[in-house]
Write a protein that binds this ligand. Sequence first.
Ligand code: SF4
Length: 272
Amino acid sequence: MENLLAKYFRPKLPHIWCPGCGNGIVTACVARAIDKLQLDQDKTAIISGIGCSSRASGYLNFDTVHTAHGRAIPFATGVKLTKPEHNVIVLTGDGDATAIGGNHFIHAARRNINLTVVVYNNNIYGMTGGQFSPLTPHMSMATTAPYGNVDRPFDMYELAKGAGATFIARATTYHANLLTDLIAKAISHKGFALVEAISACPISFGRQNKMGGPAKMMKWQRDHAVMVEAMAKMDQTQLEGKFPIGVLYQGEGQEYVTEYQKVIQRAMGSDK
Ligand code: SF4
């Protein structure tokens, strides 16, 4: 197999990510999923927002846009409407996607526009020094919550499902093969597809929360993530502290770009 690094990554080393950061694993899974599907590199666009994970667009060898904070999805919406034949993949962080970009996230899900959104969820704003995000767990430490975060976090599955997403999946960087597979499934899905990638930030989250470094953080993922099918057979005691991974939801619904094109056809009078 052709060398994935040479084919899909721009020669921009060294990258900015800290040693032990999960961002490289998630980004490699995105490249592997694209390779698995043998997508046309010239018809695949990668759009990102701002933050540690959003730097991924700069390292990948596709048509890419590194946009403003929280605005990856509106840019991606514009690209998809202009080039419906393109595979449009959004790479974004938990803060970028669910705080400043939260409104864009729910409305893109509501429209069921055919985008793949990979949320690198490291539970914190890493790049700016460890402020809590809408996905920081309750009572976790953050620089803006030195005595514990009192906010209740979003559950990305519930948020996306409630807003109307038609494909929702979750995996961790420990489960890299599963993550690759889920990203490939999300790209193949016709509609708004979310993949939540649970990723370790050993510096801005791990240190403050005494998680014990990159290897221990990945072991934490291994010990707390359970395949959704297996979870259904577990009792309340076994479920304590666990979260599901795998395909959490897949449904159908009218897709935004397809519907929009019908409107264009009607306006042009070509449906008569
Ligand atoms: Fe990764 Fe955290 Fe470092 Fe950002 S601050 S590069 S998320 S380890």
